[in-house]
Ligand binder design. Structure first.
Ligand SMILES: [Zn+2]
Length: 69
């Protein structure tokens, strides 16, 4: 048998990951929320994105650098 996938833990543990902001490249945080939603937020540029991790669709997004231009 290959590696077991930690499915159970992933579902019940609200995880926070450090990622690079897709908008400005600074460090941002990715939170895994309930209902299979993932929230990405960047304190540097106010980038915000809420996606559904099951379908991959964007539920809500806000990126100041993109809209202000
Ligand atoms: Zn940013």
């Amino acid at each position: 048998m290959l590696l077991e996938t930690p499915k159970f833990e992933e579902l019940k543990t609200p995880a926070v990951q450090s990622i690079h902001c897709p908008n400005c490249g600074s460090f941002a945080k990715r939170h895994r929320l309930a209902s299979e939603r993932t929230q990405t937020e960047c304190p540097t540029c106010d980038y915000f994105m809420l996606t559904c991790s099951r379908t991959g669709s964007v539920l809500e997004a806000y990126a100041p650098g993109l809209w202000v231009r």
